[in-house]
Ligand binder design. Structure first.
Ligand code: AMP
Length: 264
């Protein structure tokens, strides 16, 4: 495709595909000449007590979905070939990777940046498609791509949600339908937080209020943070562009979500 001057879009995933992933394929199809997707449950980005082993891997279903969505090629690397025993290199982004998700999941982003860098080298796309659902991941990958002059454009696509507002995630498959209803409080909390911020409520108070809302529905909160959209540092200004991010656990399942807020 490159040799023929075609523009290639790339959508990296860990599989167990849902409409969020498919929206990225759709956006990529609209703006490029052909889309490559990858399915790879990347061991480097999971902590020792996390769900690497039990992460769902419905490969046949996934490839069928990608095929019907018009994906030109699917790359499914083998873990042992991708990371042979002599593999020694890592890419990590200072500071940005230690906050929020990085504080709760040490080493997670080093795994993410390393795998994406390697995937970009192999696939050589023109445009990388990412979801806003993983807001911090998108910030880090943009930083890595700029810092290391990787010749690829980045597009971040909106969060696709269940009817009840819960952000779609492969990990939602671990939850019963009642638990998914319970988990929808994260979205409601973020919406309430957005409203309060726009009404001039101080960021700290908003964080505490949203955390309380989510907790009172029986979830355990890892963090609720009003952050700067680029530095991810706490947003404490009176006006500007912020992002309100939350992470919480329900029955051992970790869920994240975020909403952009323009504070005027
Ligand atoms: P994952 O398979 O979880 O690694 O996600 C692969 C890509 O899909 C990442 O860029 C995610 O941000 C994106 N993604 C995951 N869930 C959603 C969603 N609900 N809406 C939009 N994009 C998503």
């Amino acid at each position: 495709m490159r040799a023929r001057g075609k523009r290639i879009g790339f959508v990296p995933t860990m599989g167990a595909l849902h409409d969020g992933h498919l929206s990225l394929i759709k956006s990529a199809r609209q703006r490029t000449d052909g889309v490559v997707a990858s399915i790879f449950v990347n061991p480097l980005q999971f902590g020792p007590t996390e769900d690497f082993k039990r992460y769902p891997r419905p490969l046949r279903k996934d490839t069928a979905l990608l095929h019907s969505a018009g994906t030109a090629a699917v790359f499914v690397p083998d873990v042992a070939a991708f990371y042979p025993p002599e593999f020694k290199t890592a890419v990590s982004v200072d500071d940005l990777g230690d906050r929020l998700e990085g504080a709760v999941r040490p080493g997670h982003f080093r795994g993410v940046t390393t795998v994406v860098m390697k995937l970009l080298q192999i696939v050589q796309p023109h445009v990388l498609y990412l979801g806003q659902k993983d807001f911090q991941q998108a910030v880090l990958l943009r930083r890595m791509i700029l810092d290391l002059c990787v010749p690829v454009d980045v597009r971040v696509c909106p969060i696709v949600r269940e009817k009840n507002g819960l952000a779609m995630s492969s990990r939602n498959a671990y939850l019963s339908s009642e638990k998914k209803e319970q988990a929808a409080v994260i979205r409601r909390g973020l919406q309430e937080g957005k409203r309060l911020l726009r009404n001039g409520e101080p960021a700290r108070r908003v964080e505490a209020r949203v955390a309380k809302l989510i907790q009172s529905a029986g979830l355990s909160v890892d963090y609720v943070s009003v952050a700067d959209r680029e530095s991810l540092e706490p947003f404490r200004a009176k006006t500007g562009q912020a992002v309100l991010l939350a992470a919480a656990k329900l029955s051992g399942v970790r869920l994240i979500d975020n909403v952009l807020v323009d504070v005027t």
